[in-house]
Design a protein around this ligand. Structure first.
Ligand code: CMC
Length: 392
């Protein structure tokens, strides 16, 4: 064990070289392939950004059109997969459904197992990008007891997702362009974040040469946790709890400062961003605009505003550099659009997918890649002898 350097939680361990994303936590900088996140958010749609992450350059108009069509070709899921949903309990968490159904894609597309066939790998990527919104929307329809809505390929990526979520055979759903725009923005800011827990999981599983669907399914599981992607859901649950408790924001801020109870303010703090989260800055503007337009009478939005104001002025949060992160605002926006809270992390997964794919490809293209296998410092028993069971 003398050679093992311990870094609990991998705070300072570089696991790979990567050309995909640049992060500067002190200065609040996030760039995908050299482009500032603010620039991408202002000028591109999610599919363009997905192409950028996966292939390294922004696409020409022709390449973009081929990419969009490639994805559209695969938006439906196999009819037999619909029967999976009958087996899940109605109150199943959609993240559990998402990871199971994505894992099961490898049972339907067995050619995808051949990692040495770049064409198959590419089709698997198109399938994932196309089917994730469909699988996700079906999990919502299942929870509502409503019929599944087939994708509508006339619509763009975000519009189509909203259509599959909210249309019924009896009622068309007229997509509000501001909702589609907000969703597009959220997917872009979530699209990659270098070696975070779920991306490292995708790389870890992929490093054993497991197939792409298995690797992405594992990443979805990692994202589900409340300290990672699950924070947006946990954040809105917390805001609801504060609102139901009379909106006493200060009580919860004090609770978060008291280490004995283990309570943390969800949507605050970040491992890397110590001054501000640039993603939060972008979507905060969108959040303000949407709330103003909708003029919703929801106490949760007031609580969110107050919590942010109180925590930002509190010495505990200032000293530890704890600011609202992307999940603080994303949950509020999703709620304003009418997306149920259990679906929040699913949307994070849809947004993060191109990042996972880009990292998976980069890892496999790197001849230096070896199976990921960290070491440990053993703190267990020294050598001892087995005492026969009758004498123990
Ligand atoms: N509320 C109260 N105290 C906090 C919080 C919080 N949200 N976050 C960190 N702290 C305290 C923590 O108790 C510790 O205090 P002390 O130094 O006195 O022991 C100090 O701040 C440093 O915390 P840490 O746990 O060492 O920080 P970390 O880098 O390991 O954890 C984090 C980062 C995001 C897991 C954490 O800030 C947290 O639990 N936040 C709430 C959950 C959340 O919003 N997660 C979403 C992250 S953004 C989406 C994503 O990229 O996944």
């Amino acid at each position: 064990t003398g050679l093992v350097t311990l870094d609990e939680g991998f705070v300072n361990t570089g696991s790979t070289r990567s050309a995909i994303t640049f992060l500067d936590g002190e200065q609040g900088i996030l760039r995908y392939r050299g482009y500032a996140i603010e620039d991408l958010a202002a000028n591109c749609d999610f599919i363009e950004v997905a192409y950028l992450l996966m292939y390294g350059e922004l696409p020409s108009a022709d390449k973009l059109s081929v990419f969009r069509c490639g994805i559209r070709d695969h938006t439906m899921i196999h009819e037999d997969m619909r029967s999976f949903y009958n087996g899940f309990p109605r109150d199943a968490h959609p993240m559990a459904i998402l990871s199971s159904v994505v894992g099961a894609l490898s049972t339907f597309y067995q050619d995808s197992m051949d990692l040495n066939d770049p064409k198959q790998v590419e089709i698997s990527m198109y399938r994932l990008l196309a089917k994730l919104p469909t699988i996700a929307a079906y999990s919502y329809k299942k929870s509502m007891g409503q019929p599944f809505m087939y994708p509508n390929n006339q619509l763009d990526y975000c519009e189509n997702f909203l259509h599959m979520m909210f249309a019924t055979p009896a009622n068309e759903y007229c997509v509000d362009p501001d909702f589609a725009e907000a969703l597009n923005l959220l997917l872009i800011v979530h699209a990659d974040h270098e070696q975070n827990c779920s991306t490292s999981t995708v790389r870890m599983v992929g490093s054993s040469n497991a197939n792409l669907f298995a690797s992405i399914s594992a990443g979805i599981g990692a994202l589900w946790g409340p300290l990672h992607g699950g924070a947006n859901e946990a954040c809105v649950n917390m805001l609801e709890q504060i609102a139901a408790d009379g909106g006493n924001v200060k009580k919860y801020v004090d609770m978060a400062k008291d280490k004995k109870n283990g309570f943390r303010l969800m949507g605050f703090g970040h491992r890397v961003y110590k001054n501000f989260d640039p993603r939060a800055k972008i979507i905060r503007t969108c959040c303000d605009k949407l709330l103003k337009k909708l003029n919703l009478d929801d106490p949760l939005f007031e609580v969110a505003q107050e919590l942010q104001d109180v925590a930002l002025k509190d010495d505990y949060f200032i000293e530890r550099k704890l600011y609202p992160n992307v999940d603080f605002y994303s949950g509020v926006i999703y709620r304003a659009i009418g997306i149920p809270v259990q679906m929040f992390t699913v949307l994070f997964a849809i947004g993060r997918l191109p990042g996972w794919l880009a990292h998976w490809m980069e890892m496999h293209a790197n001849p230096a890649t070896r199976i990921n296998r960290p070491r440990q410092i053993c703190t267990g028993q020294q050598l001892r002898e087995v005492i026969p069971v009758e004498k123990r």
